[in-house]
Write a protein that binds this ligand. Structure first.
Ligand code: FCB
Length: 410
């Protein structure tokens, strides 16, 4: 194993430990019976031992804002110390921490009073970032926002995530404020840690027309690729973003994020096929199809390893190192988990041989956890969790990942 390639696993705080103060806690009734999900907040030391067992040299995790600032003017220094303890344990074990500042959840007071489309959201988030960067020590790798587009699509267009809004013009306002916050966080981190590596984790998907011969399906796939995968890259390259929705005039947005990126985090899971259907919202129908013959996952997602090459190639035009900040499969079948991992890491190896500058791979996820819209049934973990006893048990994929880490040299 080459020392500086980051082999890791990724998690997010809320998905492992819940939080009574988070917007999501009151959003999903599944959490009534499992408010602390895997109880990682208490069992974190045991879980961090699993990282050592795996032999990873890095760990991506998030800091739960609603635990640190449960009320607008209340800061919980005990919660900050808790996350610092995680970092200290990682550093003692030679595991590089990668901290996600925002991974979908917000304090309830924030989302109620200062949702992202309100300009006041910037100051509130800025206070949180200031608290984190002025107190947390020992972190070089930072993700400001996990999947900002998923947050916007879910929170502002589909309405299936807090704040549950369906309004394209508010979505554009929210987008702008979120990226102003990225730029602000980037500067704050660099003012204290000059050699910090800062990025977002961008969800990129392989997007394809349902029927290759259909001009409408092809047009939709092209528009979707531009918006979902590429427009954010344009904004990092130029400070400008052009948003095109089907059958609507484009919207140009200035975003103060040009060059505010030290590496680029790519979350890659699947391919989506797109079909023109006048009876669906914006004329678009989305579907997962099992084209490669690797089956759909327990979440119904297509397994399409080759798509990883496509998105990495595209992301490489940013001219910063790339890190796969998430890749994983929801399945209870260990063999499928192993094959998924092997196939994607084979593609990754090819990309690196072809000259794409990829510096890390983080498997999602360390242990089974709460999945945003599916609850506890989507089993992504290298370690199984029995949600009644909270016992963790390795899957065969855990041993396989350790073997891959030892045997692949990039
Ligand atoms: C990603 C999210 C992550 C997890 C995986 C399965 O989109 O970033 O929190 O839910 O999907």
């Amino acid at each position: 194993m080459q020392n500086d390639f980051l082999w890791g696993v990724a998690t997010s705080a809320f998905q492992l430990e819940g939080s009574p103060h988070a917007d999501w806690a009151s959003w999903d009734s599944i959490l009534d019976s499992k408010p602390d999900v895997t109880n990682h907040y208490t069992l974190y030391k045991e879980d961090l031992c699993l990282l050592k067992e795996l032999g990873v040299n890095s760990y991506r995790f998030s800091i739960e804002w609603s635990r640190i600032q449960p009320k607008e003017n209340v800061w919980d220094d005990g919660a900050v110390a808790h996350y610092q303890d995680i970092i200290d344990i990682l550093l003692e074990s030679n595991i590089e921490p990668m901290v996600t500042i925002h991974h979908f959840t917000h304090p309830l007071w924030f989302i109620k009073k200062y949702p992202w489309h309100e300009d006041a959201s910037i100051e509130k988030f800025s206070d949180f970032v200031e608290k984190i960067v002025s107190t947390i020590k020992g972190v070089k790798y930072w993700i400001t926002f996990n999947e900002p587009y998923v947050l916007l699509l879910g929170g502002y267009l589909e309405g299936c995530m807090p704040p549950g809004i369906k309004d394209a013009s508010l979505a554009v306002k929210a987008l702008k404020n979120i990226f102003i916050c990225h730029g602000m966080a980037y500067d704050k981190i660099h003012s204290r840690i000059p050699d910090a590596m800062v990025s977002v984790a961008h969800n990129m998907a392989a997007l394809a027309p349902w029927k290759r011969w259909s001009p409408m399906d092809r047009l939709l796939a092209k528009i979707a690729k531009h918006f979902y995968n590429h427009s954010l890259l344009d904004a990092f390259l130029t400070g400008k973003m052009r948003i095109k929705f089907p059958f609507k005039s484009p919207i140009d947005v200035d975003l103060p994020i040009k060059g505010k990126l030290d590496f680029f985090g790519v979350n890659y899971y699947t391919r989506v096929h797109m079909r023109f259907n006048p009876f669906k919202k914006m004329g678009v129908e989305l579907r997962h199809r099992d084209i490669d013959g690797y089956g759909l996952t327990d979440m119904g997602w297509e397994v399409h390893p080759y798509g990883l090459q496509k998105v990495l190639r595209y992301a490489s035009r940013l001219n910063v190192p790339l890190i796969i900040t998430e890749n994983g499969i929801a399945t209870r079948d260990d063999q499928r988990k192993i094959k998924f991992m092997k196939r994607h890491i084979d593609v990754l190896e090819k990309c690196i041989k072809d000259g794409i500058d990829v510096r890390g791979y983080f498997y999602w996820s360390l242990i089974d956890n709460y999945e945003w819209l599916q609850g506890l049934d989507a089993r992504f973990g290298l370690y199984k969790v029995d949600f009644d006893t909270l016992k963790r048990k390795p899957t065969n994929a855990a041993a396989y990942y350790s073997y891959l880490i030892r045997s692949r040299s990039f």
